[in-house]
Design a protein around this ligand. Structure first.
Ligand SMILES: [Zn+2]
Length: 267
């Protein structure tokens, strides 16, 4: 069995009225599916005060520093304050990426272009990927998200759902055509993975489950969809592990069972 990193999962206290799994429950289910580590995002931070939710997410993820990799989110509608919060969080190497959900967060990147450009440039300078929900109107179509990769060719942009259901074919073409655009296979139908890899390239597709938002059962189901997709063994390794390892710079900044010291945590 190949090594697995989950590039799209959620870790929060609740999703609206639904209670979510605790960090210990999450890690138990990572163990059950033999997943080494998961990138984890807030949910409630997309609806309300994301500064408080960034802190809460960090504390939760810090219960298992070698397994849970937090991504920061900010509200671009806040302008400079959003960029400041991003810089402050990314100065801590525990945060390995940035997550946006433009639909739930209710912003169109095209209407906040100055702030989004600052965010893209800060992320490029810190060498961290930005993953955005994609595949749904009004603000998160795959085309709208891919546009960010054109705005800032030095920023790594990840389509959070590789087109979801309706935009898989455009997603495959866009990740093929834009060197800094990747697709997280998290949501499309099982047969779509082979198409994404064939057209977009195996080095541009990353496995994610969305585990945590809708319960742990998504994880084994979505791993199974990848294992049974008919990929070549080398491509399977790229999708399930190696691409994520590269984007998260895990060789340069390995995950450790104890928290980094304050000096180590500063870049
Ligand atoms: Zn998600």
């Amino acid at each position: 069995m190949t090594r697995i990193i989950d590039f799209h999962a959620h870790l929060d206290e609740r999703w609206l009225h639904v209670k979510c799994d605790s960090p210990a429950d999450v890690v138990r289910n990572l163990d059950r599916s033999e997943v080494e580590a998961a990138c984890v995002f807030t949910i409630m931070g997309f609806y309300e005060d994301c500064v408080a939710h960034n802190e809460a997410l960090l504390q939760r993820a810090n219960e298992f520093p070698d397994r849970l990799i937090p991504f920061v989110t900010v509200d671009p509608k806040l302008g400079r304050a959003a960029v400041d919060e991003l810089e402050r969080r990314l100065a801590n190497t525990r945060f390995r990426g940035v997550k946006f959900h433009p639909w739930l967060q209710a912003f169109a990147s095209s209407m906040l272009r100055d702030t989004m450009m600052d965010i893209l440039h800060v992320s490029a300078a810190r060498n961290v990927p930005i993953l955005l929900h994609d595949g749904t109107p009004p603000y998160s179509t795959t085309f709208q998200v891919a546009e960010l990769a054109r705005w800032s060719p030095n920023t790594t942009i990840v389509l959070g759902h590789a087109g979801s259901a309706d935009y898989v074919d455009p997603a495959a073409q866009l990740i093929r055509d834009l060197p800094n655009l990747y697709g997280c296979y998290c949501g499309p139908r099982p047969g779509d993975l082979l198409h994404l890899v064939t057209l977009g390239g195996a080095e541009k597709v990353i496995f994610g489950s969305d585990f945590g938002a809708a319960g742990w059962r998504l994880l084994p189901e979505r791993i199974d969809n990848v294992l049974e997709a008919g990929l070549e063994p080398d491509d399977l390794e790229l999708v399930l592990h190696d691409n994520a390892e590269r984007l998260l710079r895990l060789e340069e900044f390995p995950l450790t069972a104890s928290l980094p010291t304050p000096a180590e945590a500063r870049r």
